[in-house]
Design a protein around this ligand. Structure first.
Ligand SMILES: Nc1ncnc2c1ncn2[C@@H]1O[C@H](COP(=O)(O)OP(=O)(O)O)[C@@H](O)[C@H]1O
Ligand SMILES: [Mg+2]
Length: 356
């Protein structure tokens, strides 16, 4: 799939922007703080409906404006699709609305019309950082692949939040209500665990193969999905109820699980060198791309924000070479590297694009 036309209005530092990306590799080059990451953020939102970095969505609306819009025309296997995401300031906060082919739709029907794989500097912590980063990684990919996954995730998250609030409350938690929450949690929890487990198994294969290509067959990288609980969710929820009340916190469920990265059976986070961790992250990203493409039958759009400067030339070249046959990619950089084989290059200065 690929974006053929993009339009921004009052998004971040862009008052208005319109451009036609090329098929193949698109490179945005420019000094810092000109709008490179902002543009990639907008492109990602056409796929995921969410920012990969904003803490509050109000940040996305250009200062002084009350409405931001991201529009795109994409060519996907099913044909042409027009996408629009609008953010509006209201007294109640920032409101986000979506449209597909001119008709307004809910988030779940917008998500994944175009699928994106993003690779941003923060992703370099995927191997060394905490489990929540890896859960977000799994959720990001799976939600784009499956609206059902997204719905289960949203439902599960909502119930867990309510349950956590009840447990934290000033008065002792009502057991009946806790049992009712637990009942509601079981179905979406099982669905999330099953989907993550299957995805992790596919990722493990692909990641291991990429890693071996870069580090040699002497080191073996595997991913294991560490479900919480390992056993049956309903049984674990019942077994932990007293402990949850005592500790005033939720203790079991997929909001606490992890995707473990192991080299020769040892956790990479604790035992890996920085070089091993970086290579593992690159392999994981290539694997995400490959598995997404294999599952959906379409190449996702690749978004690489400033990652080349974080990597040595060899790794950067190896990464781009590994994502074979991408249909469309967008890459930002402060220094135009040696020949990357770009189909189009733009310079970005103060939120304006000039072909170069
Ligand atoms: N809501 C906003 N309104 C206006 N400007 C913004 C907004 N959000 C971010 N910016 C500006 O965007 C610039 C950073 O853009 P960014 O895309 O991160 O730069 P880079 O080119 O280094 O990737 C900063 O100057 C910041 O002030
Ligand atoms: Mg940037």
């Amino acid at each position: 799939m690929r974006l053929e036309h993009v339009r921004l209005a009052d998004f971040r530092n862009y008052a208005s922007l319109e451009f036609a990306p090329a098929q193949g590799l698109n490179v945005f080059v420019g000094p810092n703080a000109q709008g490179k990451s902002n543009l990639l953020e907008a492109l990602a939102m056409l796929g995921t409906g969410k920012s990969f970095r904003a803490h509050r969505e109000s940040e996305l609306i250009r200062t002084g404006s009350e409405r931001a819009e991201i529009g795109g025309e994409a060519r996907i296997a099913a044909g042409e699709v027009r996408l629009r995401c609008t953010l509006t300031t209201t007294p109640a906060g920032t409101r986000k609305t979506f449209a597909v082919n001119g008709g307004s739709v809910g988030f779940a029907r917008f998500l994944g019309r175009t699928r994106v794989v993003t690779f941003v500097p923060a992703d370099l912590q995927l191997a060394s950082g905490g489990p929540s980063l890896r859960r977000a990684f799994l959720n990001g990919a799976l939600a784009q692949l499956s609206p059902v996954y997204y719905r289960d995730l949203a439902l599960y998250g909502k119930i867990v939040q309510q349950k956590a609030a009840l447990l934290r409350g000033a008065i002792a938690a009502d057991r009946e209500l806790l049992l009712a929450y637990n009942d509601e949690l079981v179905r979406p929890a099982r669905a999330l665990i099953a989907a993550r487990r299957a995805f992790a198994a596919e990722l493990s294969e692909a990641t291991g193969a990429m890693y071996a290509r870069w580090r040699g067959a002497r080191e073996r990288l595997t991913l294991t999905y560490a479900a919480n609980p390992e056993g049956d969710v309903a049984e674990a929820l019942a077994a932990q109820l007293d402990a949850e009340v005592r500790r005033r916190a939720t203790l079991v469920g997929p909001h606490r699980d992890d995707l473990r990265l192991l080299v020769d059976g040892k956790p990479l986070a604790a035992f890996g060198s920085q070089g091993q961790q970086r290579t593992a992250v690159l392999a994981l990203k290539v694997a995400e791309y490959d598995v997404m493409r294999a599952r959906s039958g379409e190449a996702p759009i690749l978004l690489l924000d400033d990652v080349l400067s974080e990597l040595d030339a060899e790794r950067a070249g190896g990464f781009l070479g590994a994502v074979e046959g991408f249909e469309q990619a967008f890459l930002t950089t402060t220094d135009l590297p040696r020949d990357l084989g770009a189909a189009a290059t733009w310079s970005i200065r103060a939120a304006a694009l000039t072909p170069c």
